[in-house]
Design a protein around this ligand. Structure first.
Ligand SMILES: Nc1ncnc2c1ncn2[C@@H]1O[C@H](COP(=O)(O)OP(=O)(O)OP(=O)(O)O)[C@@H](O)[C@H]1O
Ligand SMILES: [Mg+2]
Length: 245
């Protein structure tokens, strides 16, 4: 890895190790997964640690949650400084309170304007499926998404685009944003018998080396933790099992 690049640390335990340092600056990375896989927590944790530990302001665009529910979410996970970081302006939330009082074209233009004026260095869009409601036509959606990503790059903002997918591993869908974005990370549940375990899988990160193995992850107090050097037991093959015993 070149030493002259200052990778953006996610601060999420285990993730920067899988990414061999962090995310290449100004990348737009898609985080995809089915309901309950941890996308929103991943996004919030990236913003929380960015503001708390790395002095980088964050902006969350959350289509479905209100400011209050994000704050409750943070409290339930134990991120005690969330509210004070919001009060200080280190974390800005554009929540569904905003989307409810603005018409569709107005809110899209409004978002671009806010991004142009933000001091944030990290942005989370929860979720990118928002654009599907606005732009039913693929070509229009692709054009807006490209414009959106271009503005973010120009502002040197590192972005997570959260993406809701219908299929469940191993039948992973490939959506257009996965081609347009710089990186792809999947969060999913893997099953063995009646046991289910959470998994983390990076499949693409432009301009950087990373570990492409599927690794286990957990969600608990403190948020997400990725076990960068472990093998999900549900995906172990016989030789892994022998090695472990
Ligand atoms: N405070 C908490 N402590 C432990 N686990 C939690 C906590 N809050 C949420 N979780 C776990 O995280 C899961 C939800 O994560 P999250 O909301 O990030 O999913 P998501 O992928 O964004 O889902 P959706 O697509 O429905 O928005 C819950 O189902 C639960 O298992
Ligand atoms: Mg969510």
């Amino acid at each position: 890895m070149a030493n002259d690049v200052s990778y953006v640390k996610t601060g999420i335990p285990g993730v920067d190790s899988v990414l061999k340092g962090g995310i290449y600056p100004s990348s737009a990375v898609t985080i995809s997964g089915p309901p309950g896989s941890g996308k929103s927590i991943f996004g919030m944790q990236f913003i929380y640690y960015g503001a708390k530990d790395y002095g980088e302001d964050g902006l969350i665009i959350s289509v479905e949650e209100s400011n209050t529910s994000l704050s409750e979410y943070a409290r339930s996970i134990g991120w005690g400084e969330w509210d004070s970081l919001v009060e200080k302006g280190a974390i800005t939330v554009i929540s569904n309170d905003y989307f409810m009082k603005t018409d569709l074209p107005g809110s899209l233009e409004g978002i671009l304007e806010m991004i142009q004026n933000t001091t944030a260095k990290r942005l989370v869009l929860d979720s990118i499926n928002l654009f599907k409601y606005y732009f039913p036509e693929d070509i229009d959606r692709r054009r807006y998404l490209l414009k959106f990503i271009r503005i973010l790059k120009r502002k040197s903002i590192t972005t997570l685009l959260l993406s809701e997918v219908m299929e469940i591993f191993p039948h992973l869908p490939l959506t257009e944003e996965m081609y347009l974005s710089d990186g792809n990370i999947f969060l999913f549940m893997s099953r063995l018998g009646n046991n289910v375990e959470r998994c983390f899988w990076v499949t693409k990160m432009r301009r950087q080396d990373f570990n492409m193995n599927i690794v286990p992850m957990g969600i608990g107090k403190g948020g997400i933790e990725v076990y960068a050097d472990s093998i999900p037991y549900s995906l172990e093959v016989e030789s892994d099992r022998r090695e472990r015993l």
